[in-house]
Design a protein around this ligand. Structure first.
Ligand SMILES: Cc1cc2nc3c(=O)[nH]c(=O)nc-3n(C[C@H](O)[C@H](O)[C@H](O)COP(=O)(O)O)c2cc1C
Length: 196
């Protein structure tokens, strides 16, 4: 039997982290209509119908306050090349509109917060539900529109183009370098509709 080393429930002490969170840049609108940008990694899809994602956010953050007020946000998917900007963004003072971190706001299809042009894919969300746990708030956002760089669809492996990044631990991230297909049709019918 392999030897196991136990660790406690505090995620901050997990090294290596056994769970990854995709790094995204969330855009929202401040009360005066100016944009706000912040990196987040506590995010995952939760349901097909409606198309729901969950986003975990500190309640005091501008992102959380903006979502509670305007009920809209955009999840922008950066590639590896934006990692330095992702990590430096929280160090910049508020107000923190998209151009203040060197990125470009462009109009979304269905919501008012902007997309970030330099990101490679975008999910436009409307707040469906929220759950509060102490200082943290969990938003359930309904995805009402999505978009991706045309170049991703034209490349041999869209995942190599996207180079999506995941949070591992403080100042440490991982990169999805390529998509890999299962060669044999081995997936049982019961899980065919529920990708990981
Ligand atoms: C890679 C990365 C991932 C982060 N993920 C989250 C997260 O999932 N939830 C959260 O509340 N803060 C997260 N943070 C911290 C916020 O981005 C940071 O506190 C930021 O200044 C909040 O900005 P806001 O007040 O404009 O929302 C993350 C920071 C980094 C660098």
């Amino acid at each position: 039997m392999k030897e196991k080393v136990s660790f406690g429930p505090d995620k901050r002490a997990w090294k290596p982290s056994p769970l990854v969170g995709q790094i995204v840049l969330v855009t929202t609108l401040n009360a005066d209509g100016q944009s706000n940008i912040a990196p987040k990694s506590w995010i995952s899809m939760m349901a097909f119908e409606p198309s729901l994602l969950a986003l975990g956010c500190n309640r005091s953050h501008w992102t959380a306050q903006n979502i509670l007020r305007s009920r809209e946000f955009v999840v922008n998917i950066p590639g590896e090349e934006l990692a330095e900007i992702v990590w430096s963004t929280p160090m910049r003072p508020h107000p923190r509109p998209v151009p203040s971190v060197g990125l470009t706001p462009i109009p979304a299809q269905k919501v008012k917060p902007p997309l970030v042009e330099e990101c490679k894919a975008h999910l436009e969300c409307v707040l469906n539900h929220q759950l509060t746990f102490g200082d943290e708030i969990m938003f359930l956002g309904e995805v009402v529109a999505g978009s991706v760089d045309k170049a991703a669809l034209e490349s041999r492996d869209p995942y190599t183009y996207l180079k999506m990044v995941v949070f591992l631990e403080d100042r440490t991230f991982g990169v999805i370098e390529k998509g890999q297909q299962i060669r044999e049709k081995t997936t049982p019918p019961s899980i065919k509709t529920r990708p990981g």
